[in-house]
Design a protein around this ligand. Structure first.
Ligand SMILES: Nc1ncnc2c1ncn2[C@@H]1O[C@H](COP(=O)(O)OP(=O)(O)O)[C@@H](O)[C@H]1O
Ligand SMILES: [Mg+2]
Length: 373
């Protein structure tokens, strides 16, 4: 007897254009109905791109678009303008501030496709950016379009789509600079091909969104020539604890629900967690007292991970709703990595700050010994 075929598993994380396909369809309908001007090669009007990225919660005439990127409207508008011009867009900031997420949302809204992505590393080569060859075909037939294996930039240029270049500053400078002619002349030369196919002119809609982490080798190492071809936007951590709490609650609720867990992290506990993150990030309590910052970036992305780990630990191993001690346990694994100094700094924070506060803070204070290595 054969064993039952397991049900196909779902993908871990569908890309934005799949996850929000119906929102994108509704925005297209709205653009068509309103006769909105859609730039050549784009899927949506600029205004619809911004609405998609930010969501339209609370708007009377809204389409019920989910809140996605939490940030200033003006910033997102500047990003959209950059994509419509012949400049690249460079998103810089601390890790975990949603640079990648924002670039994914922009690509999904502008091109209907966020998957043309180059991941920058120290070993990224021009092949991975522009094109490479299928060597079997190359040997059999010589250089031809059939033998060419397009990489994201080639595909973005020929299809007129947004190309994402993640962590561009991790690439060697020479590799980064291979984008120069692409960005300035908007063409890509494949010297091996015959005259008819040698030069690829970018179709309208092609644009590059790059991200760079300020904690890596910085954008200072980028060549001046390449810098001039980008508009830079700095993405800051969310400064408003209320908005950040709402985001962490929303995202952790969704992830826990997806894992089949019904008891989410209680609102007052999420607020304590986000306050802790924001105070340690800024090196200051809400009432202005200095606290020692950690070496790890206490980002919103990490706060979401800690909230999810808190919920999972409580549901799976304690069989009760999440409490402060679960947060401390989750911080250990998720945020503090392997730094002993960070542990003692966090312990110091709990000892001095959490002690004086009521409510959920007491639970964190009581669990501070978990931080002793
Ligand atoms: N301003 C924000 N708006 C929405 N989500 C955010 C924000 N900041 C952080 N996040 C969360 O952080 C996650 C990961 O961010 P990511 O894009 O990988 O950061 P980065 O590329 O800056 O390191 C996002 O998926 C989201 O859960
Ligand atoms: Mg990133």
């Amino acid at each position: 007897m054969s064993s039952p075929t397991p049900a196909p598993t779902r993908v871990q994380r569908p890309s934005a254009e799949v996850r929000w396909a119906d929102e994108l369809a509704r925005l297209r309908e709205r653009d068509a109905a309103a006769g909105a001007v859609v730039p050549d090669g784009w899927h949506l009007s600029p205004r619809s791109v911004v609405d998609f990225v930010l969501g339209d919660a609370g708007r009377r005439d809204g389409l019920g678009l989910e809140t996605k990127f939490v940030g200033e409207r003006a910033l997102v508008e500047r990003c959209v303008v950059a994509l419509a011009t012949d400049r690249g867009l460079m998103l810089v900031g601390e890790p975990g501030t949603a640079k990648s997420f924002l670039s994914e949302l922009l690509a999904a809204a502008v091109s209907g496709d966020s998957t043309l992505t180059v991941q920058g590393t120290a070993s990224t080569t021009e092949d991975a950016i522009k094109y490479s060859w299928n060597y079997a075909l190359l040997l059999a037939r010589g250089p031809s379009l059939d033998a060419l294996v397009p990489a994201p930039v080639h595909r973005g240029m020929s299809d007129g789509k947004v190309v994402r270049f993640e962590e561009i500053t991790r690439c060697p400078i020479e590799t980064q600079d291979s984008l120069l002619s692409v960005l300035s002349e908007r063409l890509l030369v494949v010297p091996e091909l015959d005259d008819e196919h040698r030069v690829l002119h970018a179709r309208r809609g092609f644009a590059v969104v790059a991200t760079a982490n300020v904690r890596d080798r910085g954008v200072n190492d980028m060549s001046a020539a390449l810098k001039r071809r980008f508009n830079f936007e700095t993405i800051h951590a969310i400064s408003d604890v209320r908005r950040e709490t709402a985001l962490v609650q929303r995202q952790s609720d969704a992830i826990l629900a997806d894992a089949g867990i019904t008891s989410t992290v209680p609102g007052d506990l999420t607020e304590v967690l986000v306050t802790l993150f924001s105070e340690l990030r800024r090196g200051q309590t809400a009432d202005g007292r200095p606290v020692e910052q950690l070496s790890t970036a206490m980002s919103t992305a990490e706060a979401v991970s800690v909230a999810v780990a808190t919920g999972l630990a409580a549901a799976w191993f304690a069989d009760r709703p999440p409490r402060g001690e679960d947060v401390v346990g989750a911080l250990l694994g998720t945020a503090l990595k392997d730094s002993d100094d960070d542990r003692s700094r966090l312990r110091g924070y709990l000892t001095r700050v959490a002690k004086e506060r009521g409510g959920r803070w007491r639970e964190l204070y009581a669990a501070r010994d978990l931080l002793d290595g």
